[in-house]
Design a protein around this ligand. Structure first.
Ligand code: DGJ
Length: 541
């Protein structure tokens, strides 16, 4: 009896310790070659949407929004937390809006990713409180090369850093006290689209001083230790200057705008990592930063430079490890190109912002399939007209149903995705024993839409669940099959079922054959249909 009591006491001590040490908080976990987000002890895929910048400034303005979010099958809202609103007076914090958002999100069965609109929001410091903005002596701004100040707090000031991390730490402590049991808040974006403008580097006196100094040993050490995997464009700059392992910024990286950007990236990273670190000391949940992608024809200083962009990703990583990953915001069309750059060193992909256009839902499904992403989130999610009819909701419903199958197969090379339009109307995937040719549904020329000059974007996810067995889900695709074994082998459809997961169990709604599979020739999901099909293939001579 005594032993049982002793054991259960020990168990409860261990459990408390586990919670106390944070293992049970939302966290990231490696699975095979991919990363899962764990929330409430289970893998979680973010079916997200980011609110417009001012929507969450009062609960009143949020009132008409909640229904839209749930109508689109979101499970997570990305919402700013504004420094100017939580610390209107220095040292006096008001978290009522934070609490109200958390309580309401819980009611709606939604999770939250908070975006810390602290020192920087799209380069600028528009969300710094009045007492910061009005005291430029204590909280200095960047200067351009003409000695003109801009409304951007300089990352070189200790006062700026302390003011930001103090507020952020208080916020994180509050979230921990208020929410650690429920885990409504699952991740934090630290700052928003950091970037230097209108010059490639800051000319504030402390910045000028730092620019003359030696490149910090931590950065050079990181570069030497990770030489094999550095981003090629960054390695090239270092190589061009002779792979120097000491010297000032211009000695190591050469004279020019690229060096100004590397220099700024280092100091932005140091600052933001320190903010994230003190935040994590209060409550350790995943934290990331987001990047405003640069137009390739523009030079540093012409775009928000030195943010967490792929060409300076090594500098950002060398600056600390409190930031778990860097994320792209999409307002340009080169979806695959940029994602490939962000994941090239094995980091997880999460897309916190994508313009909420007609392509967004399909890119979301592709991201979850091809990149096995943690999640996806169109920006200005509340701008939708009829939320119930929105394709995003239909795609999110497919992802919701497939989540357990995705998580079970994550990181094992068993999941992929396709993204199709008129210009890229077909894509080949090899999975298991088969080669799959995915084509845009309009390539069949069976629908009037095929005659249009522009085809809607479509996409699909494919998951291998057993030998010869796959789930294929999405919209606007037609798939044919080949055997991978040898040229004399043919592939055929043994069985295709359209169905639904109900309470995690597959339920067949229709057995497909005849016209639905073109008498066994293909699997098809028409444009405007959103389906999951389970297909079993076989081979014959
Ligand atoms: C990207 C920013 O991160 C958002 O907060 C918002 O300003 C959008 N741009 C507007 O397009």
């Amino acid at each position: 009896m005594f032993n049982i009591l002793k054991n259960s006491f020990l168990l409860s001590v261990l459990l408390t310790m586990q919670i106390g040490f944070g293992q049970n908080f939302p966290h990231l976990q490696k699975k095979g070659n991919k990363t899962q987000l764990i929330v409430n002890g289970n893998p979680f895929i973010i079916r997200g949407g980011e609110l417009g910048n001012s929507s969450a400034t009062t609960m009143e303005s949020m009132e008409s929004i909640w229904d839209k979010l749930t109508d689109m099958n979101l499970n997570t809202v990305l919402t700013p937390i504004y420094w100017e609103l939580i610390e209107k007076e220095e040292g006096k914090f008001d978290f009522s809006l934070v609490d109200d958002l958390i309580l309401r999100a819980r009611k709606e069965n939604l999770k939250l990713v908070f975006l810390w609109f602290g020192s920087w929001k799209n380069s600028m410091s528009s969300h710094a409180p009045e007492w910061v903005k009005l005291n430029q002596k204590k909280y200095p701004r960047i200067k351009d090369d003409k000695n003109k100040s801009h409304e951007i707090l300089t990352p070189f000031s200790e006062n700026n850093l302390a003011a930001d991390f103090n507020a952020f730490q208080k916020l994180m402590k509050h979230i921990k006290d208020f929410d650690q049991k429920e885990q409504t808040v699952i991740m934090i974006q630290v700052e928003n689209e950091i970037g230097m403008l209108p010059t490639a580097r800051d000319y504030y006196p402390l910045a000028n001083e730092a620019f003359q100094k030696q490149v910090p040993a931590e950065l050079l050490k990181y570069m030497q230790q990770n030489k094999e995997k550095l981003a090629p464009e960054f390695l090239e700059i270092w190589k061009k200057n002779g792979f120097k392992t000491k010297g000032n910024w211009e000695e190591v990286f050469g004279k020019g705008l690229q060096t100004d950007e590397i220099f700024m990236a280092w100091y932005f990273s140091l600052f933001t990592n320190k903010v994230a670190k003190v935040g994590k000391e209060a409550y350790s949940i995943p934290m990331f930063v987001n990047a405003a992608l640069n137009a390739p024809e523009k030079k540093p200083g012409e775009y928000p430079s030195a943010g967490p962009l792929p060409h300076v990703m090594d500098v950002w990583k060398a600056g600390g490890n409190a930031i778990d990953f860097l994320s792209p915001d999409f307002y340009n069309p080169n979806f695959k190109h940029w994602n490939d750059l962000f994941i090239r060193q094995g980091d997880p992909l999460f897309i916190p912002e994508h313009r909420f256009d007609a392509t967004a839902p399909f890119k979301g499904l592709y991201a979850i399939g091809h990149y096995e992403a943690i999640g996806f989130s169109p920006f200005s999610i509340e701008s939708v007209g009829d939320a119930k009819k929105e394709p995003l909701g239909k795609i999110y419903e497919l992802i919701e149903q497939l989540r357990p199958v995705i998580e079970q197969n994550k990181g094992k090379g068993k999941i992929d995705g396709v993204l199709l339009d008129k210009e890229k109307a077909s894509q080949i995937i090899q999975l298991g024993n088969y080669e799959f040719t995915f084509k845009h549904d309009y390539t069949l020329n069976w629908s009037d839409g095929a005659k249009e000059a522009v085809w809607p974007m479509t996409s699909a996810i494919i998951i291998e669940i057993a030998t010869d067995e796959f789930y294929i889900a999405g919209s606007g695709i037609v798939v044919t099959f080949k055997c991978l074994k040898d040229i004399n082998c043919n592939a055929g459809i043994l069985k295709t079922d359209q169905g639904k997961f109900e309470n995690g169990k597959w339920n067949t709604i229709r057995h497909f054959n005849g016209d639905q599979t073109h008498q066994g020739r293909h699997l098809r999901i028409a444009v405007d249909d959103y389906e999951i099909q389970k297909i079993k293939l076989y081979s014959y001579e």
